[in-house]
Design a protein. Structure first.
Length: 422
């Protein structure tokens, strides 16, 4: 397509080498689209680009950043919050980095983040959660957390199928549910909001398949399907059933083992074939406590959309909060990397936000395209910087003897460490 409003640089792009496996053909000097985003995105995105560019150069590569717009900046430039060119550029260039977005009132979207994921069918929200030495944490052993969460990204209650109280539409739905479907003693009298929670076989199986493939390819021992199927039997319960079907029917027994009767805490010892990934089920409410009490027993989690939202944030809290939590959205050989945190508009433009989550999202992007060596430089440099106690305000205020740096100062020192340790 023609990018009438985007200045596209000369250069090379990442291509899909194998549609069956999703393998990418990655040049040494790719064009990578980037959305700075809203709020503190204007601070953390340039900082992250600086560190990531240095890591690429230190490993003999280079990145040509292609600036895209969404959110408030897009509104200022193009009078729309999500330009078609932005979506199409991400679709075409396959790998992109995005800062936090704020959905303004009256924007025509429930969420710009959700709109991007759904438009591009980036159906797997993946968050690697691990501890950086020196980051303050509420846990006594935060280093036990090394978990990857796979959250279904396109359906569940985030599908946006709901009706507002005191509207003709909601009364029609209520009448249908009560009179046609027979649920006439469930809903209270008076104003009511009603939503629909679609969970499909297609959406469930492709998400679980991504989680199992990741576990197999990265030598992980276990995939846990997390849902509330004991109550929502025909939505979340079927997520679990469909997920276990994937494990049982699509992989050889010596590679993936579907654990029988694994939904409840009390179970017999399971005899897993040596080297095989075990796939089990757990209830979502119980999982919230097991994640804290038995952190090192869990490895990869796969969940419907809402559970994934809750549990991935809770996992991030165990390693110090969303300011250090990276993430990415995947589907059809594409990745949109993004930090977990929000736009924090009160801190915008003050050069004080922590860019670590966005830097680590870029590291996740590096791993996806096969640049693990550059990713390792990024993590090592961040840990060394945190160990020096020269950190941004969110960490400095929690540690003894810390020295507060601005966002740009922090990024500059991390960049120097990347260059010096290459």
């Amino acid at each position: 397509m023609a990018y009438d409003r985007i200045d596209v640089p000369d250069g090379t792009r990442i291509e899909l080498a194998d549609p069956e496996t999703g393998e990418l053909d990655v040049p040494e000097d790719p064009i990578v689209p980037v959305i700075h985003g809203d709020g503190i995105g204007t601070d953390v995105a340039p900082a992250a680009k600086r560190v990531l560019s240095a890591a690429a150069e230190a490993t003999g590569r280079s990145i040509e950043w292609l600036r895209l717009y969404a959110g408030g900046r897009a509104r200022e430039r193009y009078d729309e919050h999500l330009p078609a060119e932005t979506v199409e550029a991400i679709r075409e260039y396959r790998v992109a980095l995005k800062g936090p977005l704020t959905t303004p009132v009256g924007a025509g979207y429930r969420s710009l983040n959700v709109a991007l994921r759904q438009t591009l069918d980036l159906y797997a929200n993946v968050r690697p959660t691990y501890y950086l030495e020196g980051v303050p944490s509420p846990m006594t052993a935060p280093e036990e957390m090394d978990m990857v969460t796979f959250r279904e990204n396109t359906e569940d209650v985030y599908a946006g199928i709901e009706w507002e109280a005191d509207t003709d539409e909601v009364e029609r739905v209520r009448e249908f549910v009560e009179e046609e479907m027979g649920f006439d003693d469930v809903m209270h009298e008076g104003p009511i909001g009603i939503g629909v929670k679609p969970i499909t076989e297609t959406g469930s199986k492709r998400l679980v398949r991504e989680a199992i493939d990741y576990a197999v390819e990265n030598d992980r021992e276990k995939v846990t399907l997390v849902h509330k199927g004991n109550i929502m039997k025909f939505t979340e319960g079927q997520f679990g059933e469909w997920g276990m079907e994937v494990a049982d029917e699509e992989y050889p027994d010596d590679e993936v083992f579907a654990a029988p009767d694994s939904l409840w805490e009390e179970q017999d010892e399971v005899d897993v074939p040596e080297g095989a990934v075990m796939v089990e089920e757990r209830l979502a409410d119980a999982m919230l406590q097991w994640m804290q009490l038995r952190t090192d027993e869990f490895d990869v989690l796969a969940m419907p959309n809402l559970n994934g939202d809750y549990l991935s944030d809770a996992a991030g809290a165990q390693v110090g909060g969303l300011g250090v939590a990276p993430g990415g959205n995947f589907g059809h050989g594409r990745m949109l990397a993004e930090p977990v945190h929000g736009s924090a508009p009160k801190r915008a433009g003050q050069d004080m936000a922590n860019p670590t989550a966005m830097v680590l999202s870029g590291r996740f992007m590096f791993e996806y395209v096969g640049w693990e060596d550059a990713g390792d430089l990024v993590r090592d440099a961040l840990e060394a910087q945190i160990a020096s106690k020269r950190v941004t305000y969110d960490i400095e205020r929690q540690i003894e003897g810390g020295e507060r740096l601005g966002t740009s100062e922090f990024a500059a020192e991390v960049t120097e460490r990347v260059a010096s340790t290459a």
